[in-house]
Design a protein around this ligand. Structure first.
Ligand code: UT7
Length: 331
């Protein structure tokens, strides 16, 4: 039976690896400096996973944190939708490994690849399973270990990224709070500006692909920056307009954290008060699919996100992919 009620986020969890890599540490590794990184990106430090701590471990720990803080039993879970571009391996999916780590046998799970917009894509997917009646409780996770695909001899990219995971639980809302709407976009012509070329069916791994460092991220930063500002602003305006809201109605905007300057530029274009724009890039760098759920968790901790707030999420990333969600917060 189709469910017409709203779907809401009823629990959140987070995990970041213990090891911290500061800008000062990076100064010893590549030709960079704290001032450049801070001024151009807003990043001060990022968390880096251990060798025996793959993406599924980060996802598992974020979910365990959610279970513990909200007293949820693994038995309640019907599905896991996990967004990542740094999976443990091509297959099985990181979702499958994560479910096994959690000893969940009765649920289904799979990965979503939409880079920095992955969490918003996964959120919409999880919501749709509940609305279709196929699942009652769905875990949605954004988890990435960007350190495993970053070249720590290339200052253009290695200073930008970090590792982490955030998890939310979705279920049918019993109130008027919940996910109001989500808009998603994809434009594959962005593939030439932000990519990892090696290891797939286009360039299967060989000594040559490794020698050419094709197993690392490549980004042409300046044009990506411009697209990020333009499209994150546009999709945010579109979703607000569609539901007869203005930026004055927005209690908190949690955007993807790729660059503090991008976030501030989008906030300005949306005419949002800087107090209503959430930024935590200084602590984590760009954790790709994990930035938004980490932002949600931290915003709640800091009491900047409270029940009945109108929450706007926005993301832009590889593909290109971009999107926005509008949520009446219910926790
Ligand atoms: O999350 C997915 C989507 N991604 C994004 O949204 C990221 C979008 N792009 C950006 O955030 C920015 O373009 C970057 C942070 C990647 C780069 O900032 P920028 O202000 O666009 O710098 P740039 O790439 O134009 O480089 C300016 C200068 C260059 O030197 P020259 O050519 O002017 O002499 C770079 O070589 O800064 C140099 N540079 C660095 N210097 C010190 C680049 N990286 C570094 C570094 N330390 N780490």
């Amino acid at each position: 039976m189709l469910n017409k009620n709203l779907v809401s986020i009823s629990a959140v969890g987070k995990y970041v690896p213990e090891e911290v890599l500061t800008n000062k540490d990076l100064e010893k590794m590549v030709d960079t400096n704290d001032e450049w990184i801070t001024k151009r990106t807003g990043i001060k430090e990022r968390h880096i996973s251990e060798k025996n701590e793959p993406t599924s471990t980060l996802a598992t720990k974020a979910i365990e944190n959610l279970f513990e803080e909200y007293n949820i039993s693994p038995d309640e879970i019907d599905a896991l939708v996990l967004a990542t571009i740094s999976p443990d391996m091509f297959f099985p999916s990181t979702a499958a490994v994560t479910l096994d780590n959690l000893k969940i046998k009765h649920a289904f799970g799979f990965d979503i690849s939409a880079a920095c917009s992955g969490f918003i894509y996964a959120l919409k997917t999880g919501e749709s399973f509940i609305k279709s009646g196929m699942a009652k409780k769905v875990l949605v996770v954004g988890a990435d270990e960007m350190s495993t695909i970053s070249d720590y001899t290339n200052r253009n990219t290695c200073v930008l990224f970090g590792d982490g995971a955030g998890a939310v639980l979705l279920e049918e809302s019993k109130t008027d709070n919940g996910i109001i709407d989500t808009i998603l976009h994809t434009d594959g012509s962005g593939k030439d500006l932000l990519y990892m070329l090696g290891g797939g069916s286009l360039n299967p791994s060989t000594h040559e692909t490794v020698d050419k460092k094709m197993h690392y991220i490549y980004q042409d930063g300046r044009p990506v920056y411009k697209f990020a500002v333009k499209y994150m602003t546009q999709v945010s305006k579109d979703i607000l307009k569609k539901h007869n809201f203005t930026s004055k109605d927005v209690s908190l905007f949690i955007p993807h954290q790729a660059n503090k300057r991008i976030i501030e530029a989008v906030g300005k274009r949306l005419k949002l008060d800087p107090e209503n724009v959430f930024i935590n890039i200084d602590k984590y760098g760009n954790t790709t699919a994990a930035t938004i759920p980490l932002g949600i968790y931290d915003a709640m901790q800091e009491k900047r996100l409270i029940k009945y707030d109108l929450l706007l999420l926005g993301a832009f990333g590889g593909g290109f992919t971009w999107g926005s969600s509008l949520i009446r917060w219910g926790i």
